[in-house]
Ligand binder design. Structure first.
Ligand SMILES: *Cc1c(COP(=O)(O)O)cnc(C)c1O
Length: 364
């Protein structure tokens, strides 16, 4: 049993990440007895009328919140974002060509995972720039005969984000939005396929959201297992087998929370405010720094380092004593990282900045 003398005040984990307090309270209130049914959502048959009502409403609310046109199917799948590294080519490539953009760890892994499925072209990469920037849309070197182009909208580890939607009409775009989905409105119609693991900005782990344009469904290679097949999943309302029922319910509570606050334009303003506060503080400091190209700095994941890099572990330990958890950078890149998704209140960012000032004073 791990007991913590200094409990978590604010959780900066990259994922699974903190959830909105209001959502957690609602889930707690309904935990044993949902809507006077005498059942917990955890115990419900996914095909029963109680659960079906939750499921339908969740889908409708997401369509409204994210402004998803009617010619897109919404799938509630499992396997995480990584499983889409295989499902995307299995459902689209037909042994032919596709182009991939590499702008950080996740998109590179996606590019590597796709290799066995067809001719995988590296259309652009910022690896040689140490991922301090993301390759500009104009510089993507794809072919009009590609079955699709894949890229990652926000690189969670490197903290590199695209803030505009690409404007490419002749080739469908497949995008990994795991760590930025619902942080702002995007133009869904600019994409062929959008996917995201839930555990950053949507809800608990165990759920993967896939939003696919109708006309891209039905091209899977013949060996594709049923649970991996977008067409079969979409014809069966994502229930060719048991879906991740409780995670979907929790995601539904998060969608309601966002709709109640006024939708994605409202949360976007908050996200801009929170990330600006933190980046401004870092930029004005001679103790902390962030080297990412300013136009690509992620609003969700803010990596930073100290000039005195050797103090990193001390920073992490002291932060935990101050109730600020999970501030360590990813093991691949080291340093520090604050993930400030939708659920992170502005008070959390203020507490982090106050702690950073204090740490600097004590250790400079
Ligand atoms: C977390 C993450 C993944 C991996 O997601 P899993 O759900 O663990 O498979 C992939 N891409 C991005 C951008 C991520 O942030």
């Amino acid at each position: 049993m791990i007991s913590k003398p200094y409990p978590c005040q604010f959780n900066f984990s990259a994922g699974p990440a903190m959830l909105p307090k209001e959502v957690m309270e609602k889930a707690k209130d309904e935990f044993l007895n949902w809507n006077d049914t005498g059942m917990s959502v955890l115990e419900m048959s996914h095909r029963g009328k109680e659960y079906m009502s939750i499921f339908k409403k969740t889908e409708e609310n997401l369509r409204e919140l994210f402004n998803i046109p009617n010619n897109y199917k919404i799938l509630f799948l499992q396997g995480g974002a990584i499983t889409q590294n295989f499902m995307v080519p299995m459902n689209l490539i037909q042994g032919e060509d596709a182009s991939y953009i590499v702008s950080g760890y996740w998109s590179k892994r996606t590019f590597n995972d796709a290799q066995v499925f067809g001719n995988i072209n590296l259309a652009a990469s910022s690896e040689s720039d140490n991922y301090l920037t993301a390759p500009k849309y104009e510089d993507w070197n794809f072919s009009p005969t590609d079955k699709y182009i894949h890229f990652c909208l926000n690189e969670t580890i490197h903290g590199v984000e695209y803030f505009e939607d690409p404007n490419i009409e002749n080739v469908p775009i497949v995008v990994d939005m795991s760590s930025t989905i619902l942080s702002r409105q995007v133009d869904v119609a600019k994409y062929g396929v959008i996917y995201a693991g839930a555990q950053k900005n949507i809800g608990p782990s165990g759920l993967t959201l896939v939003i696919v344009r109708d006309d891209l469904i039905g091209y899977s290679q013949k060996e594709t297992p049923t649970t991996f097949n977008w067409k079969i999943q979409s014809e069966n309302d994502s229930m060719i087998n048991t879906p991740s029922t409780y995670s979907i319910y929790m995601a539904g509570l998060v969608f309601n929370w966002l709709l109640d606050m006024g939708g994605l334009d409202v949360i976007e303003k908050k996200n801009i405010q929170k990330s600006k506060m933190l980046y401004d503080f870092i930029d004005n400091s001679e103790f902390y720094y962030n080297e990412i190209n300013k136009s690509n700095r992620s609003r969700m994941n803010v990596p930073f380092r100290m000039i005195k890099d050797e103090l990193t572990m001390k920073f992490v330990e002291d932060a935990e004593l101050a109730g600020l958890y999970q501030i360590k950078g990813h093991r691949l890149v080291g340093g520090l990282r604050a993930s400030i998704y939708n659920a992170m209140p502005i008070e959390g960012v203020e507490a982090l900045i106050n702690f950073m000032m204090d740490f600097e004073l004590k250790n400079k």
